[in-house]
Design a binder for this molecule. Structure first.
Ligand SMILES: NC(=O)c1ccc[n+]([C@@H]2O[C@H](COP(=O)([O-])OP(=O)(O)OC[C@H]3O[C@@H](n4cnc5c(N)ncnc54)[C@H](O)[C@@H]3O)[C@@H](O)[C@H]2O)c1
Length: 339
C-alpha cells in the first residue's frame, strides 16, 4: 500500500495530539480532519498541512484508508459504526460508549460486519507496562499478593466536563482497570469502591468524587487496589506496582516519579514530575498511532486494545461506580467476548 490517507474526527484536547502524531508517522501521506466545529477543524488542518472536511460523511467520502475517532465519548458509538460501515479500520479513543449497556450494540455491529476496530488504551503501548506484563507472564514475580494501580491528575478538569464524564472510575481509572486485566491476564470479578470529596465542592455538587479507591478481586483471588485523584499537587502520577511471591516490580518509578522519599539523604527521584497525561504518555500515544497504521496496512497492531477488552474494562468501571453509589461490593458481569 502506498502512503496512507487517514481521517481524524474530533480535534479537542486529545485529538490535536493525535493529529500531530498522525502527520509525524512515517508512511502517512495525507490527513483529513473533521469536527462539529468546522472552524476548529480548518484551523488545525491549516497548522499541520492537512485537509478539512465539512463533516464525517464528507471525510469518509474522501476515500480515507483508516479513521481515528477523538470526539467526546457520547459520539463514539455512531462514529465507530460509520467507520465500520465505510469498510475502513477504526481507532477510537476510549471508551467504546459511555457505559457497557450502550457498548454492547456497538460490539454486535462491529462483529456482524467483521469490522476492524481498536480502542485507545495507550498504556498497552508504554514500555513499562509492557515489561510488567512480560515479567509476570514469564514467572519472574511469582504469584501476586498485591497489585496497586495509581492514576492522579495535578488538578481537576472543568466541572462541566466532570458532570458529563460518567464519574472518576469511568473517566480516569478505566485505564487502570484495563492494565490490571492486561498485565495479570485475569478478569476482575468483584469491586468494592469508596470515594472522598475534600476539594472543590462543585465536584460533589456535580455528582462525582474527587478522589477514590477500588478494591478489585481477580478471578484467581488476587487483590488489586486502584486509586485515583483529581488533586495530586506533586505531579501527574501514574504507577502500577506488582508485588509478588518472588519479586516486586513498579511501572512509572523513575526520576520523574511524582513523589519524594522521607528518608534522610535520599535524592531519588531527582527529576521533574510529569504535568499531564499527554506528557507522561507522549511516546505511548505516538506508538499507538504507529501500531494503528500498521494495522491499516494489515501488518501488525497486536498491542492495541480490542473493543471487547475495552468493554471488559468499562464493566469494571461501571461496577466501581455502582459500588461507590451503593456502598457495597458489586460483582462484575461475565466479560464480553464478541468483537
Ligand atoms: N486515552 C487517553 O489517555 C485519553 C485522554 C483524554 C481523553 N480521552 C478520550 O478522548 C475523547 C475526547 O476527549 P477530549 O478531552 O479531547 O475532549 P474535547 O472536548 O477536548 O474534544 C472533543 C472534540 O470533538 C469535537 N466533537 C464532539 N462531538 C463531535 C462529533 N459528533 N463529530 C465531530 N466532532 C465532534 C468537539 O468539537 C471537540 O473539538 C473522550 O472520549 C475521552 O474519554 C482519552
Amino acid at each position: 500500500m502506498s502512503d496512507l490517507h487517514l481521517g481524524l474526527v474530533g480535534v479537542g484536547r486529545i485529538g490535536v495530539m493525535h493529529a500531530r502524531n498522525i502527520v509525524g508517522t512515517p508512511g502517512v501521506g495525507r490527513l483529513t480532519i473533521a469536527d462539529v466545529d468546522p472552524d476548529r477543524a480548518r484551523q488545525v488542518a491549516d497548522e499541520l498541512g492537512a485537509s478539512a472536511a465539512r463533516d464525517v460523511e464528507a471525510l469518509l467520502a474522501a476515500g480515507v484508508d483508516g479513521l481515528v475517532v477523538a470526539t467526546g465519548t457520547a459520539s463514539h458509538p455512531d462514529l465507530i459504526r460509520a467507520g465500520v460501515d465505510a469498510g475502513v479500520p477504526v481507532f477510537s479513543e476510549k471508551p467504546v460508549a459511555p457505559d457497557v449497556a450502550l457498548s454492547l450494540p456497538v460490539l454486535e455491529h462491529v462483529a456482524a460486519r467483521a469490522g476492524v476496530v481498536r480502542i485507545g488504551h495507550q498504556r498497552r503501548c508504554d514500555p513499562g507496562y509492557r515489561e510488567a506484563r512480560r515479567a509476570f507472564a514469564a514467572g519472574e514475580l511469582g504469584w501476586l499478593h498485591a497489585v496497586r494501580a495509581v492514576t492522579c491528575d495535578v488538578a481537576p478538569p472543568p466541572v462541566a466536563f466532570i458532570a458529563t464524564s460518567g464519574g472518576l472510575f469511568r473517566d480516569v481509572s478505566v485505564h487502570d482497570f484495563d492494565v490490571v486485566r492486561w498485565v495479570t491476564g485475569r478478569d476482575v470479578v468483584e469491586v468494592y469502591a469508596r470515594g472522598s470529596s475534600n476539594g472543590d465542592p462543585a465536584i460533589a455538587q456535580a455528582g462525582d468524587v474527587d478522589s477514590a479507591l477500588a478494591v478489585c478481586t481477580l478471578d484467581d483471588g488476587t487483590l488489586a487496589v486502584v486509586t485515583a485523584s483529581r488533586y495530586n499537587g506533586a505531579g501527574h502520577d501514574v504507577r502500577l506496582e506488582l508485588q509478588g511471591s518472588r519479586a516486586t516490580l513498579q511501572v512509572g518509578l523513575d526520576d520523574s516519579s511524582a513523589l519524594r522519599s522521607a528518608e534522610p539523604g535520599v535524592r531519588f527521584p531527582s527529576g521533574t514530575p510529569h504535568a499531564t497525561f499527554a506528557d507522561r504518555f507522549a511516546d505511548a500515544y505516538r506508538a499507538e498511532i504507529t501500531a494503528f497504521t500498521d494495522l491499516v496496512r494489515g501488518e501488525g497492531g497486536e498491542e492495541l486494545c480490542t473493543p471487547a477488552d475495552a468493554v471488559a474494562a468499562s464493566a469494571v468501571a461501571d461496577a466501581a461506580q455502582e459500588s461507590l453509589r451503593t456502598g457495597v461490593p458489586v460483582r462484575v458481569p461475565v466479560p464480553v467476548t464478541a468483537a
